[in-house]
Design a protein around this ligand. Structure first.
Ligand SMILES: O=c1[nH]c(=O)c2[nH]c(=O)[nH]c2[nH]1
Length: 310
């Protein structure tokens, strides 16, 4: 998360800082064919934040028990909560950049801050602009590291945006066959399986300013990435999860040339068949698969796009 200080891992911070900000700046995004998402009003702009700090000045707190330079993690929590009131943006990435900058400005002996914000989604309810329903579904997330550069200015040294915990089932139209068959193989070939997948999708911008300043019109909303994943899952008769995530990655990069890379971590939760649908009839019966579960990890970059010449 945070780069080592003189070759040593050293950081401290606060996790699970829950910040419910109301009436943040509304977000508008450019549309894409796979998604009806055009933005959100941000009436509830809520996050679970993990905040970590480092700097040589903190070494004596570890090695000598000298707390004179320690900003208590309790104070960090207060800082995050109070500063969020002054935040004027409308994206998770912008909130993280704002908090990191403010902290490094306030505490000059801190050299670098790494923070993650998991959005806590609340959905609007019909007929009200005041009542919201907490959603336990997939959610947007971002991680940023902001550090002091040689000339004392502050810069983003790493970033990653994500959609976490997307869980999608396609009841028909997925296969898995042609894999290595030997004395260890018990899995039959499948030509139509009820494919249930858990997906974490991450993306990196060519220029992280596009994530911080959505007014530039190049912000990529997690809802749009979600909708691309759903559309590709629908469109393709996938021969494997490996192939499916590759094609989702290609489509995301095609739609958003401002991105450099898309990353996947997927989990196979294919439903276990109890009663097969008979003679082309619909209506099989399935149950939850038993552990252990398979997983895949893959990153797609612009070099994978057709015609990239790389
Ligand atoms: O999409 C899949 N990829 C695999 O590598 C695999 N292995 C397995 O047993 N089932 C599946 N499904």
């Amino acid at each position: 998360m945070l780069e080592p200080v003189n070759g040593r891992t050293m950081y401290y911070g606060k996790g699970d800082v829950l910040v419910y900000r109301t009436y943040a700046r509304p977000l508008a995004v450019a549309g894409i064919p796979e998604s009806g998402f055009a933005g959100c009003d941000n009436v509830i702009f809520a996050h679970n934040i993990t905040f970590a700090v480092t700097g040589e000045a903190f070494l004596p707190s570890f090695t000598e028990g000298d707390n004179s330079m320690v900003v208590a993690t309790d104070s960090m929590k207060n800082f995050i909560l109070r500063q969020t009131a002054e935040f004027e943006g409308g994206t998770t990435e912008a909130l993280l950049a704002f908090l990191a900058r403010r902290f490094l400005e306030k505490y000059p002996h801190a050299t670098s801050v790494a923070l993650t914000g998991d959005r806590l989604p609340f959905d609007g309810v019909p007929g009200s602009d005041l009542v919201f329903r907490r959603s336990r579904n997939d959610r947007a997330s971002a991680t940023l590291t902001v550090r002091r550069t040689g000339d004392g200015s502050l810069g983003i040294s790493s970033h990653a945006c994500a959609l976490k915990d997307l869980q999608l089932i396609k009841v028909s139209g997925s296969s898995f066959h042609g894999f290595v068959r030997d004395e260890y193989t018990t899995l039959p070939d499948s030509y139509d399986r009820p494919l249930f997948i858990f997906l974490d999708i991450g993306w990196i911008y060519e220029d992280p300013s596009d994530a911080i300043a959505p007014d530039r019109g190049r912000y990529v909303a997690a809802e749009q990435v979600r909708d691309i994943a759903q559309a590709l899952f629908h469109e393709r008769n996938s021969p494997s999860i490996q192939s499916l995530i590759y094609h989702i990655g290609l489509r995301v990069l095609e739609r958003f040339p401002q991105l450099r890379e898309v990353r996947f971590e997927s989990n196979n939760r294919t439903w276990e068949t109890v009663v097969d649908a008979v003679d082309g009839a619909r209506g099989g019966v399935f149950t939850e698969p038993r552990p252990p579960y398979g997983f895949q990890g893959f990153s797609v970059t612009k070099a994978d796009l057709p015609g990239s010449g790389r």
